[in-house]
Ligand binder design. Structure first.
Ligand SMILES: Nc1ncnc2c1ncn2[C@@H]1O[C@H](COP(=O)(O)OP(=O)(O)OP(=O)(O)O)[C@@H](O)[C@H]1O
Length: 272
């Protein structure tokens, strides 16, 4: 399913936090949304799953304005995995993943054996099969995040939105998550802070700064040292193959020079 943001402006607290963003995401591609804190990534994504209505512009799924879809149509089309999900902690892991099937049921419809098969498969892919009976409230942050992935997978929507999906995940599960979402063949839009992860797993990246899209394209082309420096205020050393770059970062000081970490200790913070 194709996703299109057409001249989208989002206002929050009387301020435009996304400004005239236009972006087309082709069906089946994985797109990474990157940008500094507060640059508008979540706000833009929220217009796609209708948690926010744009002040101006239109968001379309295969040409259809998402604002014209019913709640059920929207939930069938777009699944969301949030960075800090507001979960019902009174449910077990399996019950939570089963919630992903709700948009496919008639009102008060019962779960079918087909639903249970889909839930089992989603839990297997998210590596939480052995947690099925645990209450979500008792899980670690990373385990909870994998439950949310399983719920999103069980929803079987053609579009998957991930908002900083890996902030609680260990390195192995961060990569596993990206490999899993890539393998689905769905349209994926993920807000990511890790530029190395974005480079490795995204077909395209889109850079937001102060609410505006400032660059978009294949990661190796978009993530130039200049763009990273001006957007994030960090110095970057590019390692490895230019087509598959790996970045090493150093924070810049106010005059634009890399900070010498050894000199950052004050006398009072020096270990005794
Ligand atoms: N409910 C709100 N009322 C007013 N301003 C808001 C509200 N929600 C978000 N904002 C502001 O909108 C701007 C964009 O926020 P958003 O969460 O979209 O950024 P982000 O790029 O996802 O940030 P992060 O990387 O920190 O998650 C920020 O300046 C934020 O403070």
């Amino acid at each position: 399913m194709r996703v299109e943001f057409d001249d989208v402006t989002v206002a929050l607290g009387g301020r435009d936090v996304v400004r005239r963003a236009s972006l087309s995401v082709e069906s089946g591609t994985v797109v990474g949304l990157v940008g500094p804190n507060g640059s508008g990534k979540s706000s833009l994504l929220r217009t796609l799953y209708r948690a926010l209505k744009p002040r101006q512009g239109t968001v379309r799924l295969d040409g259809q304005d998402v604002q014209r879809l019913s709640g059920r149509q929207s939930a069938r089309a777009v699944a969301v995995m949030l960075q800090d999900p507001a979960t019902d902690f009174d449910l077990s892991v399996q019950e939570t993943v089963l919630l992903g099937r709700a948009p496919h049921h008639a009102s008060f419809g019962r779960d079918t054996p087909g639903d249970m098969r889909i839930v089992d498969e989603a839990m297997r892919r998210a590596e939480i099969t052995d947690l099925g009976d645990r209450m979500v409230a008792t899980l670690s942050g990373g385990q909870r995040q994998r439950v949310m992935l399983a719920r999103a997978l069980a929803q079987e929507s053609p579009v998957l939105v991930l908002d900083e999906p890996s902030n609680h995940l260990d390195i192995s599960h961060q990569h596993e998550l990206m490999i899993t979402v890539r393998s689905l063949g769905r349209t994926v839009i993920a807000a990511l802070h890790d530029l190395n992860l974005a480079t490795q797993y995204c077909d395209r990246v889109v850079v937001l700064a102060a609410g505006r899209i400032v660059a978009a394209g294949p990661p190796a082309q978009v993530f130039s040292p200049e763009l990273i420096r001006t957007t994030f205020g960090v110095d970057v050393r590019v390692l490895g193959d230019p087509d598959e770059p790996v970045f090493a970062f150093r924070r810049l000081d106010a005059s634009g020079d890399p900070i010498d970490v050894a000199s950052t200790r004050t006398e009072s913070s020096t270990p005794t």
